[in-house]
Design a binder for this molecule. Structure first.
Ligand code: SME
Length: 153
């Protein structure tokens, strides 16, 4: 998808989500709704979901796509890197990311966006995998950060 086509789609999704998420402020309901919309409206999203921190473990939350790892080995892989740096991580080729955790060998590129509560405390991460190499870039990072910020507003 080209730059303007992708941002146009993200704009429409953002507006739709703003509307949908008004029904409840329950974070889990909001995460589930975000996954469903992103997964079915964006091209090449193979796995779309959240990993959430509980007692120092990163455990799978709501998701769409094939069965994934339930608990991620601590301080390893893309999701933990996003948590530990408090920054969005874009991985154009998962084979080149040291320690990448392959829940499904079909995933070739990935993006992980930290999820923070209003106090700035990291609660987890939005993780998206694609079967295409290089599916995610700074544009995805920008829009997905805006979308994730809706969860606790
Ligand atoms: N690849 C991730 C693990 C989660 S799955 O992609 C669904 C990681 O390295 O943290």
């Amino acid at each position: 998808m080209g730059f303007s086509k992708k941002s146009g789609r993200y704009e429409r999704i953002f507006n739709q989500l703003e509307e949908l998420l008004r029904k409840t402020n329950d974070p889990l309901c909001r995460m589930a709704t975000i996954n469903a919309v992103l997964h079915h409206k964006m091209d090449n999203f193979f796995w779309t979901g959240f990993y959430l921190l509980h007692d120092g473990e990163l455990r799978v939350g709501p998701y769409q796509g094939p069965v994934a790892c339930q608990v991620l080995e601590k301080n390893k892989g893309v999701c933990w890197a996003a948590i530990n740096t408090s920054k969005t991580i874009v991985v154009p080729d998962v084979e080149e990311f040291p320690g990448h955790i392959a829940c499904d060998s079909r995933s070739k590129s990935e993006i992980a966006v930290p999820l923070k509560n209003p106090e700035g405390i990291i609660k987890g991460v939005l993780d998206i995998d694609s079967k295409e190499r290089g599916n995610f870039n700074e544009e995805d990072a920008l829009f997905l950060e805006k979308i994730v910020a809706l969860i606790y507003t």
